[in-house]
Each structure stands twice: as structure tokens, then as C-alpha cells.
Design a protein around this ligand. Structure first.
Ligand code: SAM
Ligand code: SF4
Length: 360
């Protein structure tokens, strides 16, 4: 199966009539916008970019990929120089935080070359990375030295056989070594991400939290989203159900903490661990959305749950200068929707991308 069934139009509906806030001297009273910031038509400020640097991966997680994938040819993927240009333009538009993701970002050849340069870009306050952990044993220290501030590591189970089944080819031993290597390299508050799946890992939520507590890690549980081969409604476990189950074993104190992301947090007395729930179904987090996503092939997706995108790579390769690129990015704000509706999409998946393409 090809890792993309989508071919966005150069000018999606709604874009032609959008008058970007960023260009005018005056912004609406509620937008909170100042000159040089990227603001969508609902007044949300975009300060966070998630950049997928590859669609390839050394795992084939069932909820993320199909077993037989055809990956993009190399020349369809943004080069590192193209990535750097796009990120620089975003920083000029007020982006402060960048997450490198994939596919598995650390399987891209020479990923460190890019990450070191991104880490040195003036104006970028927060460079972070999402990984499956399989390569961290080797890369944790150079990533820390390159200025990566924090890691998210995906881990849905602690059981080797189950891990193999979920990832189809992964070795949990490597991931556990990677988690230890991240700590040894100096990373703190590393966060584990676990997708909740009924009948697959829903008997392990307590063990996963114990593991996080024992290893001074944060942990976020994620409601499964209807991408690719995901089983849709059958596997769905809500954040609320998981929280209630954990509350039978741990004292959970609600926290007002906000990391600028979609997670809601809880604290466990006596530990630093932050327990988060990312609930695209049960709690739509769109009202405070501050992010956009860029795929490995240079498409800018203003919303994870929609199919509309603006092609940046096409513009770059047609010789667009920074101002033209900036205009293209600003105009994409016209297609950022008010919200997504994963609950409705559960039964009839409208989002035909794979998560590995959009970057999670
Ligand atoms: N390979 C890296 C990893 O696994 O962390 C980075 C890319 S992966 C696409 C980013 C995140 O998306 C992972 O935490 C993964 O669990 C999550 N993810 C993938 N497919 C998902 C789905 N259908 N629903 C919810 N989360 C999903
Ligand atoms: Fe690879 Fe991450 Fe997708 Fe798993 S979730 S297949 S590790 S990209």
C-alpha cells in the first residue's frame, strides 16, 4: 500500500477568499496577534510546527501502518536544505517550537546533520523529537548535545511478545535500552506515549504507569485515531475509562498544567511523573490548537484531521523565494478548520493518510 493516497490541490477550497491576518497592521480584538505572527482565521496563533523528516520506519505498528508499505522515493522527500529553509521561514513567522517526527525520524540517513543545524537556529526556543526509541541507544547523547530539549518515546506495552505483535517487527529490548540511554545522556521528563487499544494492551495500563513512576518518566495515553489500518471503533478505549481504572490503583490529582499541547494532565502524589491523556475523540482540543504539520513530502497540513494541505515543496522546487514561501504559509491559515471530528470519522474514516505520513 502506498503511504499516501492523497493528492492535495494547490489551492484548496476556501483559500482563495482568505485574507491573512498576519499581513495587516491591525488584528481583531480577540486574535491576540501581533505583527510577525501566524494567526488563523479563528484567531489562533500558530507557534508550533511538527516536521516529519521521513515516512519510513523500522517498525510497522498496526494502528499506524499497513504491513506492506511502499515508501516515497527519495526525490519526493524534502531534502535537509529544504527542511531548513521551511523551518527558517516559519521562525520568521513566529514559530517557537519544532517537533521532529516521522515515520521514525532516526532511521533517516544523517538525521543528526539536520537536527544539529535546527538546534542552532536562532529564534527556535524548543526543539523536541518523537521517536520509537529503537535507535536511541546510539543517538541519545548526540541528540542531547545538538540541543534537543525533550524526547517523546512510543511504548504501548512492556511485554516482548506483545510488543512484537503491535509493531510487527520491533524488538522491545532495543527500546528499553534507548529509554535508559536517554536518561544517561541527560534527558529529563522524557515522555512515553501509549496508544490505548481494547483487547491489545488495555490490561497493562497500571503496569505502564508503574514503569513510568519507577523510571521518572512522564506518560501520556492516546485515544486511537482512525488512520490507515486502525480497527476503528472496536479497539477504542476512552481516556475517561483508562483514568478511572488507574484511579483504582493510584491517587490521581487533577493538574492545571498546560504544555501547549492537547494533553490533559494528572499528578501522582510523591512523584514528578505527569500523567497525560490525549483525547481526540472524547475531548476535542481544537479550540487551543497552536500547531501545523509538514509531511516528509513537503505538504503543510493545518489540521491533522482534515485532508486539505498546501504544497510547500512544489513551491520550493519551482524557485520560490522566502517571501513567496512565507505567503504560501500565511495563506494556508485560510484552510485551517475550526475543528476536527474523529468521533464521526471512526465509523467511516475520511482521513485516508497514514499517521507515519503526517507525523503524529
Ligand atoms: N515513529 C515515531 C514514534 O512512533 O513515536 C514517531 C512517529 S509516530 C507516527 C508518532 C505517534 O503517533 C506515536 O506516538 C504513535 O503511537 C502515534 N500514532 C500513530 N498512529 C496512531 C493512531 N492511529 N492513533 C493514535 N496515535 C497514533
Ligand atoms: Fe513507525 Fe512510529 Fe508508526 Fe510505529 S507509530 S509504525 S514506530 S512511525
Amino acid at each position: 500500500m502506498l503511504n499516501e493516497t492523497l493528492h492535495p490541490e494547490a489551492t484548496p477550497d476556501g483559500l482563495a477568499h482568505f485574507r491573512p491576518l498576519v499581513q495587516s497592521g491591525h488584528h481583531g480584538p480577540d486574535s491576540g496577534a501581533t505583527a510577525g505572527t501566524l494567526v488563523d482565521k479563528y484567531g489562533r496563533r500558530i507557534t508550533y510546527v511538527r516536521l516529519s523528516i521521513t515516512d519510513r520506519c523500522d517498525f510497522r505498528c498496526t494502528y499506524c501502518m499497513s504491513e506492506k508499505m511502499t515508501f516515497l522515493p527519495h526525490d519526493a522527500v524534502m531534502s535537509f536544505e529544504e527542511c531548513l529553509r521551511v523551518v527558517r521561514v516559519f521562525i520568521g513567522l513566529g514559530a517557537k517550537k519544532l517537533r521532529i517526527t516521522g515515520g521514525e525520524p532516526l532511521v533517516r540517513k544523517d538525521a543528526l546533520w539536520l537536527i544539529e543545524r535546527l538546534g542552532a537556529l536562532p529564534g527556535l526556543d524548543n526543539l523536541v523529537l518523537t521517536t520509537n526509541g529503537s535507535q536511541l541507544d546510539r543517538y541519545a547523547r548526540p541528540l542531547f548535545e545538538a540541543g534537543v530539549k525533550r524526547l517523546n518515546i512510543s511504548l504501548d506495552t512492556l511485554r516482548a511478545e506483545r510488543f512484537r505483535r503491535i509493531t510487527r517487527i520491533g524488538d522491545i529490548g532495543k527500546v528499553l535500552k534507548g529509554i535508559a540511554a536517554a536518561r544517561a545522556a541527560g534527558f529529563r521528563r522524557t515522555k512515553l506515549n501509549a496508544v490505548m487499544m481494547r483487547g491489545v494492551n488495555d490490561d497493562e495500563f497500571v503496569d505502564l504507569l508503574r514503569f513510568a513512576l519507577d523510571n521518572e518518566l512522564d506518560l501520556s495515553f492516546i485515544e486511537e485515531m482512525p488512520f490507515g489500518d486502525s480497527r476503528g471503533g472496536a479497539a477504542y478505549v476512552s481516556s475517561e475509562e483508562t483514568r478511572a481504572r488507574l484511579a483504582e490503583h493510584f491517587e490521581l490529582l487533577p493538574s492545571t498544567e498546560d504544555t501547549g499541547g492537547p494533553a490533559r494532565y494528572w499528578r501522582i502524589p510523591g512523584s514528578e511523573t505527569r500523567l497525560g491523556f490525549i483525547s481526540p475523540h472524547s475531548h476535542n482540543f481544537c479550540a487551543s490548537c497552536n500547531r501545523v504539520r509538514i509531511t516528509a513530502r513537503g505538504e503543510l497540513y493545518p489540521c491533522l484531521g482534515q485532508n486539505d494541505a498546501v504544497n510547500l515543496l512544489e513551491a520550493l522546487r519551482a524557485g520560490a523565494d522566502d517571501e513567496a514561501l512565507r505567503q504560501r504559509i500565511v495563506s494556508s491559515m485560510g484552510i485551517k478548520p475550526l475543528g476536527h471530528d474523529f468521533a464521526r470519522q471512526m465509523e467511516a474514516s475520511q482521513v485516508v493518510r497514514f499517521m507515519s505520513m503526517t507525523g503524529g
